[in-house]
Design a binder for this molecule. Structure first.
Ligand code: SME
Length: 182
């Protein structure tokens, strides 16, 4: 089992050992269950939204197979602005309603895009990206951003990924002081 020292039992919270776990996502339900438990442990006792977004993106990117980019865009000044992520450098600002991220945000609905080249208005940050899933982040009924994942494989993400990622996004939002990001 990976070891996450609880900040409450470790007053200075300066040391941590993370042991990477590549779950067997052939059973996605179990894989996401385990990832949700890990994320709870990872965010326990910390509410800083940037710190928590950084660790959430890192955990997802490390654990999920065939993911080329995982990270956050946050709603700031009426547009999406890139937040903590893992992967290649990404476009910084996305207008609501534009691209996969802006469309998911405007609709407040998770979007699974099996083939990004078939999605009108897709914003290509990484030319190798073939499929994408975007989960809106809602805190106290307000849109606060999106969680975005890309893959170099066509149709990498399905409904089970969407539900699993929605659960991880909810854990992140609940653990974090999202109002600090406005
Ligand atoms: N492809 C996204 C842009 C963000 S990157 O994938 C990191 C979109 O169309 O909104």
């Amino acid at each position: 089992m990976p070891f996450y020292p609880s900040p409450s039992s470790e007053p200075d919270n300066t040391s941590m050992t993370y042991i990477s776990e590549r779950h067997d996502f052939t059973d996605k339900r179990t894989g996401y269950e385990q990832l949700a438990t890990q994320l709870h442990g990872l965010l326990d006792g910390e509410a800083d939204p940037i710190a928590n977004a950084a660790n959430t993106a890192a955990l997802i990117f490390d654990a999920l197979p065939e993911v080329s980019w995982a990270g956050f865009y946050f709603l700031r000044g009426g547009e999406l602005v890139v937040g903590p992520f893992q992967g290649k450098p990404a476009c910084v600002r996305i207008a609501l309603g534009r691209g996969v991220c802006g469309t998911a945000a405007a609709r407040r609905a998770t979007l699974i895009v099996p083939d990004v080249n078939a999605f009108p208005g897709h914003i290509a940050c990484d030319g190798a990206s073939r499929s994408e899933v975007v989960v809106p982040l809602i805190a106290a009924d307000r849109l606060v951003g999106v969680l975005d994942l890309d893959s170099a494989r066509l149709a990498r993400f399905d409904e089970e990924d969407a539900r699993g990622l929605e659960r991880l996004a909810a854990i992140f939002v609940r653990a974090s002081r999202m109002e600090e990001l406005r």
